[in-house]
Design a protein around this ligand. Structure first.
Ligand code: APR
Length: 247
């Protein structure tokens, strides 16, 4: 019943926002941030690996961990949920995908321009001039637990860092601005696979709700976003999202 109601809301929408988190990629086998702190990485914690201070103190350790995460994400394939999100964009061209994920599975499923609020494993940049040296993260195939020296910027010689948002850092301004504008102007927002507790990203579905949009949540578990959701679909992204794509 609620699935039919959700599908009807999507079918009638002119502008849809799909807001995704780690649960979106769970069925592709992409480990969450915390799940990647296993095996030989288990002796570190997020504070050793995902802060500007950690990179400054031990760039080889941090680069090695991100190279490892990037290799694991590269080995994963988009799931039926990612493909449904891309199909939704084909059916409703004014669809904006806003993701907190640093993998590239939305792009590889066919979404044209997902907004990456927390950056990307595949967009390393120079700490000096901010340039994006192409695909340098591919340079060495990482082993678990292995330190790897980060490359140097071809222009200024400074270290190249992972293009993700670390603890204590601001979100990329243009991405956040575009996501807020899309949320404020949509008729339907789908929130998929996110716990909705990490701010400011977690404001996105709340902004849509305040602006009068219908919020549809896809998550097997309860979250704080239950409170702003018009329809709560308790299940996984890969099983439920295909049923929401207009025929
Ligand atoms: N389909 C849909 N939802 C799922 C699935 C699935 N197959 N599997 C798990 N979930 C849900 C969980 O119930 C949980 O609510 O996905 C959510 C994942 O929550 P988090 O791990 O907190 O991930 P996310 O919300 O993306 O975290 C936000 O925090 O770790 C930092 O920067 C990182 O971008 C991340 C941010």
């Amino acid at each position: 019943m609620s699935l039919e109601r959700a599908a009807a809301l999507v079918a009638a929408a002119r502008h849809v926002v799909v807001f995704t988190g780690a649960g979106m990629s769970a069925e592709s086998g992409v480990p969450t941030f915390r799940d990647d702190l296993t095996g030989l990485w288990a002796r570190y914690d997020a504070g050793n690996l995902a802060t500007p201070e950690a990179f400054h103190a031990d760039p080889d350790l941090v680069w090695g961990w991100y190279a490892w995460r990037a290799a694991r994400a590269r080995a994963a394939e988009p799931n039926a949920g990612h493909r449904a999100v891309a199909a939704l964009e084909a059916a409703i061209p004014a669809t904006t995908v806003v993701t907190q994920n640093v993998d590239d599975l939305h792009e590889r499923a066919g979404s044209t321009a997902p907004i990456h609020l927390h950056g990307s494993l595949f967009a390393p940049r120079c700490v000096g001039d901010g340039a994006h040296p192409a695909a340098l993260i591919d340079a060495e195939e990482p082993d678990e637990g292995r330190r790897i020296a980060p490359p140097r910027c071809v222009t200024c010689g400074a270290l190249v860092r992972p293009g993700v948002v670390w603890f204590g850092e601001a979100l990329p301004e243009a991405a956040l601005h575009a996501a807020v504008a899309a949320a404020a102007g949509c008729d339907v927002l789908l929130t998929v696979g996110t716990s909705g507790v990490v701010y400011p990203a977690a404001e996105i579905p709340r902004i849509a709700a305040r602006a009068g949009a219908a919020v549809i949540q896809v998550n097997p578990d309860a979250t704080p976003l239950d409170a702003v959701s018009t329809v709560n679909l308790r299940g996984t992204a890969a099983t439920l999202l295909p049923a929401l794509v207009p025929a």
